[in-house]
Design a binder for this molecule. Structure first.
Ligand code: FAD
Ligand code: EPU
Length: 352
């Protein structure tokens, strides 16, 4: 792992800091060891022009890293890691029934959700407790409990590495779909600097996702406020998903696979318990967790890597695992599911 000298040289400019030979172990929620040749922490988006103009960076791959909750390092990163740590939440305009709010990329997502609820805005409650930064939220169009973040995004401000300038992408430019966007399709072309949200003041709570109405009832919330929906969702999430502060993981390791209607109908006929949901474009979204559990992987341990005993879609670092070890287990799961169901699972985290 340690291909670089152990010492770290530090340089500082106006709005950025550069660390050489930086450890990334505390910067990924799998907690696997990895090092970056250079780690550049950018506090002011205005500094990006200067930083990206350094001759070394012009031709070097640049990995943009947020809070590392959706990445798996299988080896050291022998290039530049760029972290956007800019802060700030600003109300840009108030339209009465909604506000436009600009949030800097380095803000924490869950803190922003609570900021919005505390000010009486509605909508983000279903996305409570998703780890990570605001700048990463558009990358895979984060979603949970029947809501996707694209429903609230007006525009995304970014630095375009192709054009060498700041750009603003509107909703259509972002090409959001399930766990996908232009930012993922053209990885590292855009460095997100801030996101503009349109937050409504009123909206019917969306509580149709399995288990949420029951949780609200158990809490005694008959006509729940948005903050109460957030509380119910946080409780469900805490029961289902391992806390990365206690056990390394990146949430769902695979996306729920989408299949065509004929293939979906065939699978449903042979496996009537397989949970699946129709999509607006006529496909069927299958439960990856069910496919994995049915192959016997839930709770399985392979040396230091394993599958959570609470959720079959979550791979975990049982302590001391390398990224390669976790990736080997992921490949075994993917290949076993494919051999049994002819469905190819795709990883959700970025594999490096
Ligand atoms: P990182 O992991 O650092 O990066 C993820 C990707 O975004 C990388 O490709 C990176 O290059 C890119 N990126 C990051 N910041 C920027 C930027 N400023 N500009 C350009 N590219 C950037 N996700 C969901 O959608 N729904 C869930 O319910 C959910 N639950 C989770 C539960 C747990 C316990 C965990 C650990 C993860 C979960 N996730 C979930 C995944 C993760 O929280 C999200 O993908 C989150 O948006 C990642 O944010 P991050 O800052 O950690 O990004
Ligand atoms: N299931 C199993 N075995 C399990 C767990 C679940 O068979 O061990 C089945 C159950 O039938 C359950 C169904 O899978 O009803 C769906 O489970 P769950 O509600 O936990 O949702 P998921 O499809 O596994 C997705 C997202 C999560 C998001 C939840 C809630 C993906 C890849 N994952 O999980 O996002 O929080 O829905 O909306 O879409 C993430 O992206 O990292 C993530 C955690």
């Amino acid at each position: 792992m340690n291909r670089y000298p152990v010492s770290s040289a530090i340089a500082q400019g106006n709005g950025y800091t550069i660390v050489e030979n930086a450890s990334l172990e505390g910067r990924n929620t799998f907690r696997v060891p990895a090092r970056a040749h250079l780690l550049i922490d950018v506090k002011k988006p205005e500094a990006l022009g200067e930083v990206l103009g350094f001759p070394y960076l012009k031709n070097s791959p640049v990995l943009v890293l947020g809070e590392g909750s959706n990445v798996l390092f299988t080896r050291d990163w022998p290039h530049v890691v760029l972290s956007m740590s800019s802060q700030g939440i600003a109300v840009e305009s108030d339209e009465g029934d909604a506000c436009r709010v600009r949030v800097a990329a380095g803000e924490n997502w869950n803190a922003f959700v609570h900021w919005s609820l505390a000010r009486g805005f509605a909508g983000l409650e279903n996305l409570v407790l998703i780890p990570g930064s605001v700048g990463a939220a558009p990358i895979q169009n984060i979603g949970a409990y029947g809501v996707e973040v694209c429903e609230f995004i007006e525009s995304v401000s970014a630095w375009d590495r192709h054009g060498g300038q700041p750009v603003e992408l509107d909703l259509a430019d972002c090409r959001f779909t399930y766990r996908d966007s232009v930012f993922k399709q053209e990885a590292d072309r855009y460095i997100v600097t801030s996101v503009e949200f349109r937050l409504p003041r009123a909206r019917d709570p969306r509580i149709g996702y399995a288990g949420i109405a029951e949780e609200l009832k158990a809490l005694g919330f008959c006509e729940p406020t948005h903050a109460q929906v957030a509380e119910a969702i946080a409780r469900v999430r805490t029961r289902k998903l391992p806390n990365p502060a206690l056990i390394g993981n990146a949430g769902s390791f695979f996306k729920n696979p989408l299949v065509g209607s004929a293939k979906g109908a065939d699978l449903r006929q042979r496996h009537p318990d397989l949970p699946c949901w129709p999509t607006s474009d006529g496909q069927l979204k299958l439960s990856a967790a069910w496919l994995i559990e049915s192959c016997g992987f839930k709770g399985l341990r392979r040396r230091h890597a394993g599958v959570s005993e609470h959720h079959a879609l979550v791979l975990v670092n049982l302590g001391g695992a390398s990224g390669a070890e976790i990736w080997n287990l992921a490949e075994e799961i993917r290949d076993t599911v494919h051999a049994r169901y002819q469905v190819m699972l795709e990883p959700e985290p970025r594999i490096l």
